[in-house]
Design a protein around this ligand. Structure first.
Ligand SMILES: C[S@@+](CC[C@H](N)C(=O)[O-])C[C@H]1O[C@@H](n2cnc3c(N)ncnc32)[C@H](O)[C@@H]1O
Length: 277
């Protein structure tokens, strides 16, 4: 049975809205929060120095409402301030673990395969973003088979270059403890992905300046939830997470501060585009 707060886009500060959500009732939180000092005139930037406190106040609620088997995936990247990377994102990860209580299970990297070209004095163009994965307990739900990827020509190339000794080898030459009997993968069409996601940043919701590409929430929804599970995006923006969760048969819940946002209505009905005030 779905509750009143589910299948809804709630407008307001996610801190206040999450306070109305019961304990342990959300299976996945996947979100991209406003970046520090980003787009002040459109959706209110938080200064980099205050970011950790601002976020952790909300993360305490995220922790409370997350199910013991649940996961929390954040899309974030520190900006450069005064010619160096600010440390607020690294400090946030530590605070989420030490102060809020999350387990930092993994960090996925989104390699943006079609990043815009550019040149900066002391850096190359930025073509990756962080996707840390946090959980509440060691027993979170993970459906690895749901996100398999095509193996491509990788095994054939490796097999052609290997001796029969190599082919039967069970352990890596570095004795790292990682088994790698390459022949085991021969003939397999689909394999597990790595924690580096090589994907395009192209988003379908072109009305929002920071919309997710649909593959991003889709990957984590498939990996960390089952049909009928509750998926929350507390910084919903144009509603990509909501729409994808509804399409995949999950129970979507969104929270967005800016009332001129596009998602109003239920079950993925996109009623108007994102309009900045
Ligand atoms: C980076 S955007 C999210 C974009 C989203 N992933 C999408 O696909 O469109 C962050 C959003 O968080 C909203 N926001 C900022 N502070 C908020 C708060 N305290 N509570 C809820 N939403 C907030 C902003 O208005 C903005 O739309």
């Amino acid at each position: 049975m779905t509750s009143q707060w589910q299948h809804q886009v709630h407008f307001g500060d996610c801190l206040e809205v999450m306070r109305e959500i019961p304990d342990n009732s959300v299976d996945l939180i996947v979100t991209s929060p406003p970046y520090a000092d980003a787009r002040k005139h459109t959706y209110g930037g938080i200064s980099a120095d205050k970011y950790v406190d601002w976020f952790c106040e909300r993360a305490v609620e995220m922790y409370r409402i997350l199910a013991p088997t649940g996961s929390f995936v954040l899309n974030i990247k520190e900006k450069a301030i005064d010619g160096e990377r600010h440390t607020y994102v690294l400090e946030l990860f530590l605070a989420l673990k030490r102060e809020v209580g999350f387990r930092w299970v993994e960090e996925y990297i989104w390699h943006k395969t079609t990043a815009m070209p550019g040149k900066w004095k002391y850096r190359f163009r930025d073509s990756w973003e962080r996707l840390p994965h946090f959980a509440k307990t060691p027993n979170m739900k993970m459906r690895q088979d749901a996100v398999k990827v095509p193996i491509g020509g990788w095994t054939d190339k490796r097999l052609n270059n290997m001796s029969s000794n190599d082919l039967s080898r069970q352990e890596s030459s570095t004795r790292s403890g990682v088994g790698r009997r390459i022949a085991n993968w021969q003939g397999k069409a689909m394999v597990y992905p790595t924690n580096v996601l090589h994907k395009s940043p192209v988003a379908h919701n072109t009305g929002h300046s920071a919309a997710f590409p649909e593959w991003l929430p889709e990957f984590f929804i498939k990996l960390f939830t089952d049909d009928g599970d509750v998926v929350l995006d507390p910084f919903l923006g144009s509603g990509t997470t909501y729409r994808v969760a509804a399409r995949l048969g999950r129970i979507p819940v969104g929270i967005e501060l800016n009332p001129v946002g596009g998602w109003i209505g239920h079950n993925g009905a996109y009623e108007r585009g994102w309009v900045f005030a």
